[in-house]
Design a protein around this ligand. Sequence first.
Ligand SMILES: *Cc1c(COP(=O)(O)O)cnc(C)c1O
Length: 403
Amino acid sequence: MDKILKDALINENKRQNEGLELIASENFVTKEIRSLQGSIVTNKYAEGYPGRRYYGGCEYIDIMESRAIELACKLFNAKYANVQPHSGSSANMIVYYALLDTGDKILSLSLDEGGHLTHGSPVSFSSRYYDIAHYNLGEDEKLDYEAIREVALKERPKLLLAGFSSYPYKTDYKKFREIADEVGAYLLVDMAHIAGLVAGGVHENPVDYAHVVTSTTHKTLRGPRGGLILTNDEDIANKINKATFPALQGGPLEHVIAAKAQCFYEASQSEFRDYAKQVVKNTKAAADEFAKLDAIVSGTDTHLFLLNTKATYGISGKDAEDLLGEVNITLNKNMLPNDKERSSVTSGVRIGFAALTTRGLKEDGAKKVAQIIHNYLSKTVDIKKTKEAVSQLTNELKQVEQL
Ligand SMILES: *Cc1c(COP(=O)(O)O)cnc(C)c1O
């Protein structure tokens, strides 16, 4: 192997083991998933769908992709699944392409308040090709369904979007569907962040309410990096298949699809239900601990919460991210609702526990993580002692092995 790559790989493995990974969108996959994703399946071209390919020699690939579809449908109680989207962003692009014409209106939460780039951010393709309107969070920083209904009645979107990147509370999909029906819009739920909580039975299943559901497979769902689209509507399923291939993608990443199948298999085991429950418990334990320490922090009933570093420690989210990086705690700056700072600065950070829970962290450890961060950012414990505390904690966790 190229020496530069090999060294970087060894160092990345070390970094993953010696740090506290709190980025809410990350996780650690199993060896089985990595061995499929890194397998010889990457050698194969398979444009098309199982049984309808544009290349020969797809008999085993078809078994893998069919298995991924079957397991995805079973896991999320859906009639149709497309497992080919290369990422969560691609999945959203595919749904827009399938259901909308350019210039049609999408109503979503803005990126600043917890949405995603692909939900109509000015720097995303989505705002160039579609007409974007936003609803806002209420005073309590939670979804305000009556306000969403009013904006929907005024804006009359063709597609109503629910699903968020930094929203720490549960979503009422039934209410979203009622609003979509009232204004004659499609309801798209983007469950990229919480798919693992849905699979683990901790959150309601949006597939029961939405016209179409998109997801990533690599966040709480703990699979390979990729996208997924689910629906119960045959007509929508056909449009989505055509939009995926040939409209927007070429050859599917079948090695990733095989790994997705393994991810759906793992997520359907009872151990995964325990995992999803533990993620939420750990996150709550850490958020409660911050509150106990008088930090300004959101509530949570998901795998993440928001910490207001500006109000608590007098530093921006960016500075908090940098400072914590020095002691091997990895997280990301994040806009808070009504943030006055730019997105490159922000007033806070997003903290998630999906990854550390995979490494065996329990509530005690989660509280300790909160204390370490709080003590370091409020300058009551110095860098040396903080580093020691981090390494003591990471040594107690399961190790992340390179293949
Ligand atoms: C992460 C995320 C995506 C995009 O996923 P990528 O795989 O990074 O493209 C889409 N929507 C939401 C809500 C997300 O959080």
